[in-house]
Unconditional design. Sequence first.
Length: 171
Amino acid sequence: MEVTTLLFYAFAIITLSAAAVMVFSKNIVHSAFALMFTLIGVAALYVLLYADFLAAAQLLVYVGGILILILFGVMLTTQGLTFSFKTTAVNVPAATVVSTAALMLLIYAFVQTDWTIAETGVRDDTVREMGMMLMGAYVLPFIVIGVLLLIAIIGAILMSTRLSAKNDGEI
């Protein structure tokens, strides 16, 4: 067995087991850290698929941004730590039927598909090609998206300063 195949199976097991821990954990901090390992495993799978840019975006946006935002939200919110929550299972029979049907459909599709193994070519530098496309044919949409994001950031800053000025005046 090749090294890339072993790495694929290792990262797939890490990703799936971390996802299971994330879903079934009752502690939200443990779920957040399991989400981190899940997202890192997905980024590693992107690297194995020669999608360098997607792997970097996965790490920067999701692990570096969204996950840190979730952790800060959990740690700055102290109200959730004082209450004890009781979880009850709702619609378990319906969820079991739908999940079993989806599993059977996936197994059927997996068995019936004629899987062909394609030879991989020489690995190209995907990030350079994407950068050339962004700065060439797609420069106008790239600039428009940048301006829209800038407007959204300025709007969020203005809204937060107005809200804090209102709250300061009420106290």
